[in-house]
Design a protein around this ligand. Structure first.
Ligand SMILES: Nc1ncnc2c1ncn2[C@@H]1O[C@H](COP(=O)(O)OP(=O)(O)OP(=O)(O)O)[C@@H](O)[C@H]1O
Length: 310
């Protein structure tokens, strides 16, 4: 879907991106991660030509991105950024409708799409569609930014720290939403963050950058279990690898289906890390596991968590 072939970008004498080769597959959730100044945003912006690369080739759907008209390219790629960039004198509905309106969709189709997206992002239309950006909280503004990026059903969603500067609760709710949107839409998403937990939670694939170069490109499990260098190990947080591995899997994947026990329960969709926490908090070695209706579906034991690195 998107392919970088030995791509480079300089700002004056400074090399921001150096000889980058990457292939991002259809439907894949890719997270670009690395310290400040490592070239993440520059890499992302080269995809929709907000920044022009000056070496190598970038292909989208098999064609060099320079062969597209910029506006055609950008309409096929949703773009959401931390600073949001909503139009202040437009209502929420008008903001979300920006690209559909440019594409001259019929009014009824635009209205239906805006309503659908407001529902999808947990903003009831009756309450929110006529508000202006200054009448929204930061988290609500970010949701509108994501809805706007999704509006014209783009083939790719590019997101630059879309959940930055949010409180942990709102951030976690938006992360869950974007994971769900990815699951139901099957769209390719490229997200920039410097938060390793966000990367591990969302990514099919993590591309870690340092000083404009890829230092590792792999699944969350590979990044945790087979770090390519000390840089990767320390970025991941050396002492927390076990807990981060536990956070990658759900309780249902490890539970004992045949055993039904009594006690405070945990849901099958909780992570194994949450299960460990619940086991400790309840001072027990095993917990019943329930489905979303509260029906017992099995049990999870401390021992089930120990072979997670296998
Ligand atoms: N327009 C520009 N002119 C000059 N230098 C730039 C420009 N844009 C980016 N840079 C430099 O290129 C390097 C990479 O920047 P980039 O924004 O891609 O980093 P980043 O990994 O996204 O960082 P952060 O996490 O801080 O946003 C930085 O050192 C930055 O100062």
């Amino acid at each position: 879907m998107i392919q970088f072939e030995q791509v480079g970008k300089r700002f004056g004498d400074f090399v921001a991106v150096d000889n980058l080769s990457l292939r991002l597959a259809d439907g894949e959730f890719t997270v670009l991660i690395g310290p400040s100044g490592s070239g993440k945003s520059t890499t992302l912006k080269m995809i929709n030509r907000l920044v022009e690369h000056d070496q190598g080739r970038i292909l989208f759907a098999g064609q060099e991105i320079r062969s597209f008209r910029e506006e055609d390219l950008r309409r096929r790629m949703g773009y959401a950024i931390q600073s949001i960039g909503l139009f202040p004198h437009w209502t929420v509905a008008q903001n979300i409708a920006t690209v559909p309106a440019l594409l001259k969709w019929p009014k009824a189709r635009v209205a239906a799409r805006v309503e659908e997206l407001l529902h999808l992002l947990g903003l009831p239309p009756a309450e929110f569609s006529r508000r202006y950006p200054h009448q929204l909280s930061g988290g609500q503004q970010q949701r509108v930014g994501v809805a706007r990026a999704l509006a014209a059903d783009p083939e790719v969603l590019l997101m630059d720290e879309p959940f930055g500067a949010l409180d942990p609760v709102t951030r976690s709710a938006l992360q869950t939403e974007i994971a769900r949107i990815h699951q139901v839409s099957g769209k390719a998403i490229v997200l920039v963050t410097h938060d390793i937990d966000e990367a591990l939670l969302l990514a099919d694939r993590i591309v870690m950058l340092d000083r404009g170069r890829v230092v590792q490109d792999g699944t969350p499990r590979q990044i945790l279990l087979e770090p390519a260098s000390d840089f990767v190990t320390s970025f991941v947080g050396r002492s927390e690898v076990g807990l981060k591995l536990l956070a990658l899997d759900q309780v249902a994947s490890r539970m004992r289906q045949d055993q039904h026990i009594e006690g405070p329960a945990i849901t099958g969709t909780a992570t194994l890390r949450e299960a460990l926490s619940a086991l400790i908090a309840n001072r027990t070695e095993q917990l019943p596991v329930v489905d979303e209706h509260g029906h017992t579906i099995g049990s999870i034991h401390v021992a089930d968590l120990l072979d997670i690195a296998a």
